[in-house]
Ligand binder design. Structure first.
Ligand code: PLP
Length: 382
């Protein structure tokens, strides 16, 4: 099997599953219990929180574990807007993940004014538009750090600077960015940042939200004292332990792994461009997650390509996993100006830790053949 859908989810690293299994076998205590059984589990949570905070240059007390990246996004946006009842305006971009876009739509129904900052042909947001959109009623700006479909990286530092001058908190969805680029909340200047473990070889169903100390935000789930009373509910202890370990592994592997993946991706990109005609590369040529490749294959339906590749056990995607299967073409590709039929011909290949040189060679052999065959079939049908 050749798995090229690492932006949808990643295989759990064996070191992570081992740590989680060991933990589950030996620890069942409730981390809130005051006796040793609970305290022991609490120690594991502290260790994981430390691991995640280190990866962001944050403090341990600024990390709140959640149930997913989606929950972190919801928590950030709703938590900030609810904490600022006098300010009913929210600014985001047109290429956010559904976790942000659908939260924004929900807020619009409740009377919040949402402004969607447009992007250029490479998926970079229009900073002048953003500046113009800010009013004294703006409660929050949320712009993703790196896009899940085309990999474009946004100028978050500049956005945070603009926002800071006007005293507006900034949230960034860094779910795709973690592990693929350096992250430091102080360098970026953001106040809130979302993460998810399953994109970094950790388990599913566990995320985190960084909240800068002093940020005015209301709790997301009410109940017990967990997560400093911001997100109540007995913790997903094994998930948190796995998340902590996955982040530790990222730090251990450092830039070497990133460079290896980027080199493979570059080879794949070049190879596709050399071997297949009538294609279009989507995403920023430079400021992009280099392991994310998005191509349009003119005249074809992405789903046909995806299914043909799947018969060869090569797994790619037609865009965001969350919108896969929907009739409509990707809002991200629409936002960068692609015609619906071109958008519908687009395939995302996202590389990760377990991809090899052999994988790339196999894809470069199979993909051009598949595209040629599909094009021949569609010409015959015309
Ligand atoms: N934000 C981005 C940019 C994503 O790519 C994803 C997952 O695809 C999410 C948020 C949602 O994360 P989760 O799957 O943990 O809910």
């Amino acid at each position: 099997m050749i798995y090229l859908d690492n932006n949808a989810t990643t295989p759990v690293d064996p070191a992570v599953s081992e740590k989680m299994c060991q933990f589950l076998k030996e620890n069942f205590g409730n981390p809130s219990s005051l006796y040793p059984l609970g305290k022991q589990v609490n120690k594991f949570l502290t260790e994981a929180r430390e691991s995640v905070s280190k990866a962001l240059g944050a403090e341990r007390s600024e990390i709140f574990f959640t149930g997913s990246g989606t929950e972190s996004d919801n928590f950030a946006i709703r938590g900030i807007l609810d904490a600022h009842p006098g300010q009913n305006e929210f600014i985001t971009s047109s290429i956010e993940h559904p976790a942000i876009l659908y939260t924004a739509a929900y807020l619009e129904k409740r009377g919040i004014k949402v402004t969607y900052v447009p992007v250029d042909e490479y998926g970079t947001i229009d900073l002048d538009f953003l500046k113009q959109a800010i009013t004294p009623k703006t409660a929050l700006i949320s712009i993703m750090l790196a896009n899940n479909e085309i990999g474009t990286i946004q100028p978050i530092k500049k956005i945070a600077k603009i926002a800071k001058e006007r005293n507006i908190p900034v949230h960034t969805d860094a779910v795709q960015a973690l592990g693929k680029m350096d992250l430091d909340v102080n360098d970026l200047g953001v106040d809130l940042l979302s993460l998810s473990a399953h994109k970094i070889y950790g388990p599913k169903g566990i995320g985190a939200l960084y909240i800068r100390k002093g940020t005015q935000i209301v709790p997301f789930i009410h109940g017990g004292h967990q997560e400093s009373e911001m997100r109540a509910g007995t913790e997903n202890t094994a998930g948190i332990v796995g998340f902590g370990e996955a982040v530790r592994l990222l730090r251990e592997k450092g830039n070497k792994e990133k460079k290896r993946i980027e080199k493979l991706a570059e080879e794949l990109k070049k190879g596709v461009e050399e071997r297949v005609d009538k294609i279009r590369f989507n995403g920023h040529p430079k400021t992009r997650l280099k392991g994310t490749l998005n191509f349009s294959f003119y005249g074809l339906e992405a789903e046909a390509i995806l299914l043909a590749l799947a018969t060869k056990e090569i797994y790619v995607s037609t865009g965001s996993a969350c919108s896969e299967g929907e009739e409509e073409s990707s809002p991200v590709l629409k936002a960068i100006g692609l015609e619906p039929d071109v958008a519908r011909s687009s395939i995302r290949m996202s590389l990760g830790r377990f991809n090899t040189e052999e994988d790339i060679q196999t894809v470069l052999k199979e993909l051009p053949e598949i595209i040629n065959n599909l094009r021949e079939i569609s010409e015959e049908e015309e």
